[in-house]
Write a protein that binds this ligand. Structure first.
Ligand code: 6PG
Length: 622
């Protein structure tokens, strides 16, 4: 396509020879009345063009059943191109021959017997709506070079695009390439800071030999086969919206964007709806496993339209970790923001698992163990309570830094990027008492007030040295107890969101995709795959009830001993308090209701009246 005089017929027929496919000149397909009109020097209107464009569309459809063809047509407007590619949008590849007004005018006037008046050429330029999704070639090159440029670009297509080459983006790209996928890589260009990132990255790794690197959006998008599949690996937050805005002009109906960052699920829902209004699919995919997981096999939690998922399934499932039965740790979670919701709760569970290990470390330290000795004790726990986080904690504790252990030299201020905060907000909003994530989050917040803590220590420090009456086995039992409560609370939150938002989530399947690749993989998680097959509430599972009753005495003892010795154990304490509260059939909430009714006439129900009737008492009137 391109304006008159740009050389469409010449280039088109050369290209058809080069590709060994038939050539058709669109002008040969005008109906009689168009030819008559043009011969009288009258311009065609859109109505005249409609039937002709439809004919060319039919021609393309027919040729596609065979080897395809090169068809030339000025196709100056987007509307014309829409008609020309009707029903075959994904199979049409546009080639846009572009040149300056001056160059084209001179060329036409140089041709023997040709003359085009300047106004007519100018009107073509005025009509021209440059395509965003075309191979654009400048006609100042020689015809043979033009054909070679087109051929190269036609052949150089990729099936999957990676947008953003940070740590995770790079690892996922290498993972995809190692699985044999042809990928396109994009990283923005920032003067002096991010220069040729994609190109340099491609040159760094053998497996990326076939990858196509870009630092400009248009050629990146156009290098992708349709419908385009682009995974965004950019930081969560406003930058995701900015990237969507930058990509949108180049995307077409049916293209698929996957957000692989830790985005807030509410934002994902908004983006899903916004992009659906533009006929673009949006998949919010939680990706867990860190840099190594991304490279060797992460756990992936994609949420969005099921049909769209089907189209990216082969890629995501190929790069995902595999479970014990060699099934991918990736499954369609549900619609809209469900993938990111589930990843958010994954991180909430992760916060608690980490906090519990930090508390265990602190207790064992208070019992007189050095990091190496603690590592040895924890190594023994692998037999009954193994997990990825336990394993990495052992490695961390063994790491030396000159004369001391590295962990002793690390500032005790824990950061966070928001997912624990969102999980706490979600649990409060949904009215679910997932208390452990809140306490793990606030433990991080407390840690951050280092200076205040040092000051408070002067006023409130313990008066007596630690004297913990505990065994390692009791600590292990308390740890196992608290982990059960953590998993109960995390899955309970997911189950509630599933009901509330109609996501139809399958907890057993979720536990399954968390058995490998992700940060919270553990032997306990593997056992939950079976538990969730018969109940969504693990506190009703017979083996778990038995386990809790066996472990509970140790949980109580640890908390009591630590409180007496002023050792902070917010998560252990939360776990036992939660269970005690949850298992209290008649609680103190009767008094709360009475108080509410007293000052606010909020009413209450009576245990001796099962009609659900609400009562109000005038409390000050005797
Ligand atoms: C994962 C991790 C990962 C990341 C978290 C850390 O599943 O691979 O959860 O997503 O490490 O964002 O979160 P914080 O910075 O809040 O601890």
């Amino acid at each position: 396509m391109g304006v008159s005089g740009v050389g469409k017929s010449t280039i088109g027929s050369l290209l058809s020879k080069e590709l060994s496919i038939p050539f058709f000149d669109g002008d040969d397909y005008h109906p009689q009345h168009n030819i008559l009109k043009m011969s009288k020097g009258k311009p065609l209107n859109d109505n005249d063009r409609l039937g002709w464009l439809q004919t060319l569309n039919q021609l393309a459809i027919t040729e596609l059943k065979n080897k395809g063809a090169v068809i030339v047509c000025s196709a100056l407007k987007e509307d014309y191109r829409t008609i020309l590619s009707n029903t075959i949008k994904n199979d049409v590849k546009w080639v846009y021959l572009s040149g300056s007004y001056e160059l084209i005018k001179n060329r036409i006037n140089d041709r023997k017997g040709h003359f085009m008046n300047s106004d007519l050429l100018q009107s073509q330029f005025n009509t021209l709506e440059e395509p965003k999704n075309a191979i654009k070639v400048n006609i100042s090159l020689t015809p043979n070079t033009i054909v070679q440029v087109i051929r190269k670009q036609l052949e150089n297509t990729a099936e999957f695009g990676l947008f953003g080459l940070g740590v995770m983006g790079k690892s996922l790209s290498r993972n995809l390439a190692r699985k044999g996928f042809k990928i396109s890589l994009f990283n923005r260009h920032v003067d002096g800071k991010e220069v040729y990132v994609a190109k340099n990255f491609k040159n760094e790794y053998k497996e990326l030999a076939n990858a196509l690197p870009f630092d400009a959006i248009a050629p990146f998008v156009n290098s992708l086969q349709k419908p385009r599949k682009i995974m965004l690996m950019v930081n969560a937050g406003n930058i995701v919206d900015q990237v969507i805005k930058d990509l949108l002009p180049y995307l077409e109906e049916g293209d698929i964007l996957i957000d692989g960052g830790n985005s807030n699920y509410n934002k994902t829902k908004e983006r899903f709806t916004y992009l659906a209004s533009k006929q673009i699919h949006f998949i919010g995919a939680g990706v867990s496993g860190g840099e190594e997981g991304a490279l060797k096999g992460p756990s992936i939690m994609p949420g969005g339209n099921k049909k769209a998922y089907k189209q990216v399934q082969p890629y995501l499932e190929a790069i995902a970790a595999k479970d014990a039965n060699n099934l991918p740790c990736c499954t369609h979670i549900g619609t809209e923001g469900s993938g990111h919701f589930v990843k958010m709760v994954h991180n909430g569970i992760e916060y608690v698992e980490m906090q519990l290990l930090a508390e265990v470390f602190f207790i064992l330290k208070a019992m007189g163990n050095n990091p190496d000795q603690i590592a040895t004790i924890l190594n023994d726990w692998k037999k009954t309570a193994n997990s990825y986080l336990l394993e990495i904690t052992i490695d961390i504790l063994r790491k030396k830094d000159n004369d001391d252990w590295l962990v002793n030299k690390i500032m005790d201020k824990a950061g966070n990027k928001g997912t624990g905060n969102w999980t706490t907000i979600a649990t409060a909003e949904l009215g679910i008492p997932s208390t452990m994530v809140a306490s793990a989050l606030f433990a991080r917040y407390i840690s951050f007030f280092k200076e205040d803590r040092v000051a408070a220590n002067l006023h409130f420090k313990p008066t007596t040295p630690h004297n913990l009456n505990l065994t390692n086995n009791e600590l292990l039992q308390a740890y196992q107890f608290a982990r059960i409560i953590n998993h109960y609370q995390g899955f309970r939150l997911i189950d509630e969101a599933s009901t509330r938002y109609n996501w139809g989530l399958n907890l057993s399947e979720l536990a399954r995709i968390w058995t490998n690749g992700c940060i919270i993989r553990s032997d306990f998680m593997s056992s939950l795959v079976t538990t969730f097959k018969s109940t969504n509430n693990i506190l009703t599972s017979k083996p778990i009830i038995e386990q809790i009753n066996t472990l509970k005495p140790s949980a109580k003892k640890i908390v009591a001993e630590c409180v007496l010795n002023e050792i902070p154990i917010p998560n252990f304490s939360e776990a036992i308090n939660f269970l005690i509260g949850f298992a209290t059939a008649s609680s103190s909430a009767n008094l709360l209701q009475a108080q509410r009714d007293y000052f606010g006439a909020h009413t209450y129900q009576r245990i001796d009246d099962n009609t659900n009737k609400f009562y109000h008492t005038n409390w000050t009137n005797n």
